[in-house]
Design a protein around this ligand. Structure first.
Ligand code: TYD
Length: 218
């Protein structure tokens, strides 16, 4: 029987602890017989990974940063995400457009309406191979948002690695990013599953599983 493609994104401030749960979910879905594509943004294609290296490490203004995020996204969407969905696979994407609203919108103060315009432009796909559910403006089917106070996230990150341009930001920046996620979630509540990430890992994992099971995908 042909399976429906499913597009799941994972969001949260730096240090929210997404990675281990993305891996665990990929494994659970594979055990359930699904083909899973694990990918990330910015990145996911050779071109978008080059853009990632620039966006995370070179100084630039907020508009340049925003345009680079969307340029990387367009390439990733057309080269990897849409074809995988059309094949009936599950795409697990570490960050997607909500990160642009949260980081460039909330964090950098870039205006929300312009972001919506760029979102529509970059994510509209009319490729004949796209499946019906993922044509027009492509959005994740489900976004799992790992929410936690920035102070807790900063504690988790402390000393683990050399920070990139975003991780090096002060607490106030992450408060604004968190508010950006909250705004996005309130605008599209059906797509978002907010998970309290300030809990033991096992409890967070149960919540992640629950969000996917509630949709009948696991
Ligand atoms: P992240 O996903 O946290 O990867 P890693 O775990 O390897 O550090 O890093 C990506 C960074 O890029 C993160 O700080 C958020 C930022 N970002 C944006 O500012 N806008 C975006 O649209 C995306 C996708 C990411």
């Amino acid at each position: 029987m042909a399976q429906h493609g499913r597009f799941i994104s994972f969001e949260g401030i730096d240090g929210a602890g997404k990675s281990t749960h993305i891996e665990a979910l990929a494994q659970a879905l594979r055990e359930a017989g699904r083909t899973v594509v694990r990918t990330r943004e910015p990145g996911g294609t050779p071109l978008a990974e080059k853009i990632r290296a620039l966006a995370l490490h070179e100084a630039m203004d907020a508009l340049t940063e925003t345009l680079l995020m969307f340029a990387a996204r367009r390439d990733h969407l057309t080269q990897v995400i849409v074809p995988a969905l059309a094949r009936g696979e599950v795409v697990l994407c570490d960050r997607f457009t909500d990160a642009t609203f949260a980081y460039q919108g909330g964090g950098r103060g870039f205006d929300w309406e312009s972001l919506s315009l760029l979102e529509r432009l970059a994510q509209t796909v009319q490729a004949p191979e796209a499946d019906l559910a993922h044509k027009g403006m492509v959005q994740p089917d489900l976004t799992i948002w790992f929410d936690l106070p920035p102070a807790v996230a900063a504690e988790r990150l402390a000393g683990t690695r050399v920070p990139d341009r975003f991780e090096a930001q002060p607490a106030a920046f992450f408060e604004a990013v968190r508010a950006g996620y909250a705004r996005r979630a309130s605008q599209q509540p059906a797509r978002f599953a907010r998970i309290d990430a300030d809990q033991p890992r096992e409890a967070v994992w149960r919540a992640v599983q629950g969000a996917v099971q509630a949709r009948g995908w696991l």
